[in-house]
Design a protein around this ligand. Structure first.
Ligand code: AMP
Ligand code: MG
Length: 323
């Protein structure tokens, strides 16, 4: 199959592809998604096949509005509060599912993750297709998520007909996922919207689920090994130690905040000056490093409410830690 990158001028092609049971990669403000009609199990199966994704890992259902969301899930009072405050935006709320969403899209769960993306192209695609769009990130399962149309092309060329180009993603890491389907709110995956912001909005405690188990990783990289670059990726907190280690390896690259970099020595990719820019640049830096180098030294940020989402992805990318 020929894979074409198209712009929003040709969005009708992408919408028709979704409406007739095909797959389209599309931009959101977090990362690019690989979407299909959320009500069509045959279309949903094509996503699992294209990504090589385990069938027990559900997709997020993307909606254009809160009234769209009401077709897919039972919206609680707390969910409405969060959607009104943070949507459209990088927020996914897990709620009891309605029958419109097929079982394949939620891996058989009776809950569904609902998101209203801020990207205008994403919401236009949902509206024009007349469907709700189930989508995981548009990467091969276990690999780094794409934040540009070109990165999607490199991952999925030949597997899908269209990649809708909406430019580079402004947030850069996947949405926060908060479950409101249980007795109390739980963050299943941290993101740009922080635990404190969610607690303030809900005026109640929000728990943080840190991994499949329930204890926090003792050191970066100890528990997580997915979202991983193809080349060895070493986590560090001390720039002097990383610079010394990398100095002996001319094919290695240090990925770190701009303020830590000494451009005179070694190879560097900058994450910029702020937490927001680090989120925006993390995945594209990892994908670029994979192509041009053979080893990555990746900075682990100090833990904090604002770095939970960023550090979660960084720890998943890391294979080992610098001694
Ligand atoms: P991705 O962003 O590609 O990793 O895919 C969506 C993520 O949302 C996965 O990590 C899922 O485990 C999570 N997710 C989607 N629906 C649910 C749900 N109903 N309950 C818990 N997690 C979910
Ligand atoms: Mg993903």
């Amino acid at each position: 199959m020929e894979t074409r990158i198209i712009t929003t001028k040709e969005i009708a092609l992408a919408a028709a592809e979704i409406a007739c049971g095909g797959l389209v990669a599309f931009p959101t403000e977090t990362v690019y998604g690989l979407g299909a009609d959320a009500s069509d199990p045959v279309a949903i199966d094509k996503i699992y096949a294209a990504k090589g994704r385990p069938k027990d890992n559900p997709f997020i259902v993307h909606c254009a509005s809160i009234s769209d969301a009401e077709k897919a899930a039972y919206i609680t009072e707390d969910a409405r509060k969060l959607f009104e405050l943070f949507s459209p935006g990088p927020l996914t709320v897990v709620l009891k599912k309605k029958p419109l969403v097929c079982a394949a899209a939620t891996a058989g769960l009776d809950t569904v993750g609902i998101r209203i993306p801020a990207s205008p192209a994403a919401r236009l695609l949902i509206k024009k297709s007349g469907k709700l769009i189930a989508a995981p990130s548009a990467n091969i399962s276990g690999r780094v998520s794409p934040t540009s149309a070109q990165e999607v092309f490199e991952a999925l060329d030949g597997k899908i007909a269209y990649i809708l180009d909406g430019g580079e993603c402004s947030v850069g890491i996947e949405s926060v996922i908060i479950s409101l389907a249980g007795d109390s709110p739980v963050i299943l995956r941290p993101g740009k919207i922080t635990r404190n912001e969610l607690q303030q909005a809900l005026e109640k405690d929000v728990l943080m689920k840190t991994s499949a188990g329930d204890s926090a990783p003792v050191a970066p990289g100890m528990k997580y090994t997915h979202y991983s670059p193809k080349i060895p990726t070493v986590g560090f907190t001390d720039i002097d130690k990383a610079t010394a280690a990398a100095a002996n390896e001319k094919d290695s690259v240090i990925i770190a905040p701009e303020s830590l970099l000494n451009w005179e020595i070694g190879n560097f990719l900058s994450l910029g000056f702020t937490i927001d820019s680090a989120m925006r640049r993390l995945y594209s830096s990892l994908l670029l490093a994979e192509k041009e180098f053979s080893k990555i030294y990746l900075f682990v940020f100090p833990d904090g409410d604002d770095t939970d989402g960023l550090n979660n992805r960084i720890r998943k990318a890391i294979h080992s830690d610098l001694e």
